[in-house]
Design a protein around this ligand. Structure first.
Ligand SMILES: NC(=O)c1ccc[n+]([C@@H]2O[C@H](COP(=O)([O-])OP(=O)(O)OC[C@H]3O[C@@H](n4cnc5c(N)ncnc54)[C@H](O)[C@@H]3O)[C@@H](O)[C@H]2O)c1
Length: 472
């Protein structure tokens, strides 16, 4: 240590600080002199002056002594910390023209849950962020916007929902309340729906069941649902084949008619078994809700159609009937001055089948249209794989499936339909009066006629045999 520094600093903290500075050698002393190091004999005064400069304000001398001058970075950090306590001038003066818009959502400060809340109130008040918020937005979109009287609502159903009881608990009440006007489902959901009409048991089980043991015990498993094989599946198949051999099935038809005819038998089976509202197909039959499947061959219903064909059945399923009929419903909704909505449970081919109605109108039939007005999807599928199941409504805009102007009325909720659907059904039934049944099944011929007329009006084409189309 340089004795002159230490001695000149005197006793106490400044001296200690000075000691920390180390003792400059000859070169250092020369540097210090250049930087304004204390001239001999004036160290205390110089230190106090220098400390004052760094201490911003008029700190008492003893405090200055305890808090020596800071390095430049330290000073900068302190400055930033101090500014947190007050809105700085630069922020006060900043223009934030969109701030109010982004802060327009509900404040996140829900009340404590008591256990006495009604479910719709709980959803409104506590589903505030992430997929909880998407679910709240979805049920509100469905209830407040899609269920307005002028909106025609299509429901697509993928995933094994009827075996999980979602048909009984949710889809049937939605049909009965007039909240669903047409359906596209996987054949599997409609096939398994028949077990309920026929009173064959479907039971809750476990995903941990030993599948070899299940097979040995004549049971099949869908994740944690078990269904008897011989006296469940095979018994259903046998009755289904008997039904499909009846005279009214011996022709070409679309799947709405096929399921309507099966639904009539399902309704009869429900009645005979003393059951009420357990079968989706029976409920759809009674409410005149047309029920389509996008892949007629891809389920046990399709397998049995193929089976009876080997025995000479004349039943032929024509998917083009389905494509045109579903398209005609969407066009009829628009041309009648109303709007069209889609609720998509899961993805898969029912999702596309429902959404392709708009490209069918615009791209194939060359009729000017703009896309669906409302879009709600419940799904587990991610968009980044390029798969249809996870494709977003904005991607659907690029295909003409969704009206770009209505994109704010589109919600995707990433959750399991078995969670979302009962909540949505409860919310809608609690908050909305039932709607008059639209009975689109009975209006298929009229809607098809309107579609055909508009097609020939927009396209200068004739029938392929050269004749004029019969526009009745
Ligand atoms: N015995 C039968 O009749 C039978 C049985 C099973 C499947 N199938 C057929 O197999 C095909 C596939 O049907 P699927 O229903 O298994 O389709 P799937 O499981 O492929 O579902 C389609 C998409 O929907 C989403 N999804 C599925 N379950 C969901 C859930 N619970 N919540 C949220 N999103 C969900 C997933 O993203 C999935 O990719 C259909 O054509 C069906 O008819 C037939």
């Amino acid at each position: 240590m340089n004795p002159s520094w230490a001695g000149e600093a005197g006793a106490g903290e400044v001296g200690i600080w000075a000691a920390h500075m180390g003792s400059p050698g000859a070169g250092a002393q020369a540097r210090n002199a250049r930087r304004g190091a204390p001239p001999a004999g004036r160290t205390d005064e110089w230190l106090a002056r220098r400390a004052k400069r760094f201490a911003w304000g008029t700190a008492p001398a003893d405090l200055i002594a305890v808090n020596p001058p800071m390095a430049r970075t330290e000073r900068r950090n302190l400055r930033q910390r101090e500014q947190l306590f007050d809105t700085p001038d630069w922020l006060k003066q900043k223009q934030c023209p969109h701030k109010a818009k982004y802060m327009a959502g509900p404040r996140i400060q829900p009340r404590n849950i008591t256990g006495k809340e009604k479910l719709p109130d709980l959803i409104d008040a506590t589903f505030l962020a992430y997929n909880g918020a998407r679910l709240r937005e979805g049920v509100q979109l469905f209830t407040n916007r899609m269920l307005e009287p002028d909106v025609t609502v299509g429901l697509s159903v993928s995933g094994a929902l009827t075996p999980a009881g979602l048909g009984c608990s949710s889809i049937i009440p939605l049909i009965k309340a007039g909240f669903v006007d047409w359906i596209v489902s996987t054949g599997a959901n409609l096939y398994h729906d028949l077990h309920f009409a026929l009173n064959f048991p479907v039971h809750a089980g476990s995903p941990k069941f030993d599948d070899t043991d299940l097979r040995d015990n004549d049971l099949v498993r869908i994740y944690d649902v078990v269904i008897p094989y011989s006296d469940g599946l095979m018994a259903t198949d046998e009755i289904l084949r008997e039904i499909m051999l009846q005279p009214e099935f011996q022709k070409e038809m679309g799947t709405a008619e096929l399921h309507y005819l099966i639904g009539r038998y399902a309704a009869e089976w429900e009645r005979k078994n003393g059951l009420k509202d357990v079968s989706v197909m029976a409920a759809a039959y009674r409410a005149g809700v047309p029920c389509y499947t996008s892949s007629p061959g891809d389920s046990t219903i399709g397998m049995n159609v193929a089976g009876v064909e080997l025995r000479g059945s004349k039943l032929r399923v024509n998917p083009s009937i389905d494509v045109n009929e579903t398209t005609s419903f969407v066009l009829a909704a628009k041309r009648g001055g109303g709007r069209s909505a889609v609720v998509l449970l899961g993805g898969g081919s029912p999702k596309n089948f429902m959404l392709q109605t708009e490209p069918q109108i615009q791209e194939v039939l060359r009729i000017k249209e703009f896309g669906q007005d409302f879009f709600l999807q419940i799904t587990d599928a991610r968009p980044d794989t390029g798969g249809l199941s996870g494709a977003t409504p904005s991607e659907a805009v690029s295909w003409g499936k969704v009206d770009p102007a209505r994109l704010p009325d589109a919600v995707v909720c990433y959750t399991d339909s078995t969670i979302a659907l009962p909540l949505m059904t409860h919310y809608a039934l609690a908050r909305r009066k039932r709607r008059k049944l639209r009975r689109l099944y009975d209006q298929r011929a009229a809607c098809m006629k309107a579609l055909t007329r508009e097609y020939f009006t927009h396209n200068k084409v004739k029938m392929i045999d050269g004749s004029e189309p019969d526009l009745g």
